[in-house]
Each structure stands twice: as structure tokens, then as C-alpha cells.
Design a binder for this molecule. Structure first.
Ligand code: NAD
Length: 298
């Protein structure tokens, strides 16, 4: 069934996601503050909206893909009065769990239906339509959103009520951030002990050290040819986004009174890395920071 969808936020992720909706026969009313981003969306078949309220005015579904919670809350304030009652608002941005819950509350108070549905899979997944969505909200809203999520992605998981999608996203990325540091420290220690990268990989990838950070996104070049380490750490998943997600995890842990010692330390390390050498690198490049601090050579 073809739907009329307002798509707001046409950056690295939003642009290919909107293009996939167009390709699948949906009418997409696009809006972005940046003219070049909007022009690009129009070139890929979306309709140009003159403003965010204009985009949502006759939409059945509103999808947002924005940088942070402050943008989402601001956008909701601007657009909720312009939307038809009952419009389904799906926020795919990665934002703070508390902001996501506030966005749900405000939308529901304005007579709308909502879902938080952040993604995993990066720009490559957005282009290929292979993202994983983790959704928070009502079962009916999820059922209605599912056919659209499955156009933009390969998998959609309903994680629970409002904010549960954001919770799943930051918990998963906290595992990922910490495990990449663990794998990187092991390789740097192995180097200093005279162990080749391949030997450590061959053992750990089939032993209890096995994890995604090792066997898919291996932080040293060689053992996994497709990993970013083989192309000078071009992302991939940018270190700045990992730092952002670990910051969200730290803020959620603080609000919940949960002591996430390694999560907090990982947030500090990625923030430092992203502010310096790693601003445009894949997060696995953190191995170089660990090596530099140890005074070692690859
Ligand atoms: P981006 O900065 O490339 O795109 C964001 C877009 O939103 C920009 O084009 C900006 O102009 C637009 N925008 C901001 N405020 C707006 C407003 N009020 N009205 C209209 N447009 C507005 O960011 P991105 O990489 O596409 O990421 C988007 C979200 O997806 C972020 O929350 C990010 O954490 C998350 N995410 C990104 C990746 C990735 O690999 N890039 C992976 C997973 C999740």
C-alpha cells in the first residue's frame, strides 16, 4: 500500500532511507534545513516541501532522521500543530531515552501516534536497505510502521514501550564500544609479546574471545580483509558517533542510577579519540590510540 510520508532530515542516513521509500512506490514529502540535502532528495524522486510543517500537513506518516534529541523535540514542537490527528510519527534518530519519552508524550498529547525506531547498520545499510530497526511504542503503531521499516531495512524488532528502541540501541552500542577496546588492548598486548595478529585472530575468533569487534570489524589489518583497518580506518562507523552513543548510554545510566564502569571509561576514551585523531575515522582506529599510549609499533 502506497503511503504519503513526510521525511525530515536528509543527511547521510536520511537521504538513502527516503530514496528507498520512493523506490518502493511511496510518496515522500521531503524537508531539510540544508538546501543541498533537499535538492538531492528531490533528484531521487521525493517532493520538495517548503518547511517542516508543510511536509507533515497531508502526511499519514512522519519520519525524522535528525542529529540529536534537541532537534527532534524542536521539530515536534514545530510540526505537531500542523499534522492531521492520528498521524504516525516515527523517529529514527539516535537520541537520549528521556528525550524519546518526552517526544512520545508530547506527540500523544497532541493527538498523534508515535514510535522511536533508531537504526543500526550505518550509511552502507541505509543505502542497501539492510538496516536493523529497534522500535519502542505500541504494538499497533509498530504493526503499521513495519512495512515501511522493512523497505528501509532488513529487520525490525519491537523492543517494548516508548523509549525502548533507544534503550536497545545504546545498550547494544555500549557492548560494542567496550568490546572493541578489549579486542584492541589484546592485539596491542599481543604485539608486545611477539604474537602475530593472525595467530591471535586464529585463536580468539574460534575461542571464548570471539565477538563482532574481532571477527567482523577487526581493528588490525590482515585477518579480516573487509574491516576498516585495511583501508586506513575509513568508516564504517565513525568514532564520533560511537562517542555520541556512549555519551547517551552514560546519561541514561546516570539517570537510572546504574554503575557502568567500563561504559563510562569507554565513553571517555572514544570522546578523546574523536576529538583528536579519530574525528573522521572508524571507531576501531582506537587501537592506534592504545598503541601510541603504550609507545608501541604495529
Ligand atoms: P547528518 O548530520 O548527516 O544528517 C542530519 C540532517 O538533519 C542534516 O541534513 C541536517 O541539516 C538535518 N536537520 C537538522 N535539524 C533539522 C531540522 N530542524 N529540520 C530539518 N532538517 C534538520 O546525520 P546522519 O549521519 O544522517 O545521522 C542521523 C541520525 O542517525 C543521528 O541521530 C545519528 O546518531 C544516527 N545514526 C547515524 C549513523 C551513521 O552511520 N551516520 C548510524 C546509525 C545511526
Amino acid at each position: 500500500m502506497s503511503r504519503t510520508i513526510a521525511f525530515i532530515g536528509l543527511g547521510h542516513m536520511g537521504a538513502p532511507m527516503a530514496a528507498n521509500l520512493v523506490k518502493n512506490g511511496h510518496r515522500v514529502r521531503a524537508y531539510d534545513l540544508v538546501a543541498a540535502a533537499l535538492d538531492h532528495a528531490v533528484e531521487t524522486g521525493a517532493e520538495r516541501a517548503g518547511s517542516a510543517p508543510d511536509a507533515v500537513a497531508d502526511a499519514e506518516v512522519v519520519i525524522t532522521m535528525l542529529p540529536a534529541g534537541t532537534h527532534v523535540l524542536g521539530l515536534y514542537e514545530e510540526t505537531l500543530p500542523a499534522a492531521r490527528p492520528g498521524t504516525l510519527f516515527i523517529d529514527c534518530s539516535t537520541i537520549d531515552v528521556l528525550d524519546a519519552r518526552t517526544a512520545h508524550e508530547r506527540a500523544v498529547a497532541a493527538g498523534m501516534r508515535t514510535l522511536d525506531a533508531p537504526v543500526s547498520g550505518g550509511v552502507v545499510g541505509a543505502e542497501a536497505g539492510t538496516l536493523t530497526f529497534m522500535a519502542g511504542g505500541g504494538a499497533e503503531e509498530f504493526a503499521e510502521a513495519r512495512p515501511l521499516l522493512e523497505v528501509m531495512g532488513r529487520k525490525a524488532v519491537h523492543c517494548g514501550g516508548a523509549g525502548a528502541g533507544q534503550a536497545a540501541k545504546i545498550c547494544n552500542n555500549m557492548i560494542l564500544g567496550i568490546s572493541m577496546i578489549a579486542v584492541s588492548e589484546a592485539f596491542v598486548l599481543g604485539e608486545s609479546l611477539g604474537l602475530s595478529h593472525q595467530a591471535l585472530y586464529d585463536v580468539a575468533s574460534t575461542a571464548s574471545g570471539q565477538c563482532w569487534a574481532l571477527s567482523v570489524n577487526c581493528p588490525v589489518p590482515g585477518p579480516v580483509p573487509a574491516s576498516p583497518a585495511n583501508r586506513d580506518y575509513r568508516p564504517g562507523f565513525a568514532a564520533s558517533l560511537m562517542a555520541k552513543d556512549l555519551g547517551l548510554a552514560a546519561s541514561a545510566a546516570h539517570a537510572a542510577g546504574v554503575h557502568t564502569e567500563l561504559g563510562l571509561r569507554a565513553a571517555e576514551l572514544y570522546t578523546e579519540y574523536a576529538q583528536h585523531a579519530g574525528s573522521a575515522e572508524d571507531f576501531s582506529g582506537i587501537v592506534r590510540t592504545i598503541r601510541d599510549r603504550s609507545g608501541g609499533q604495529a
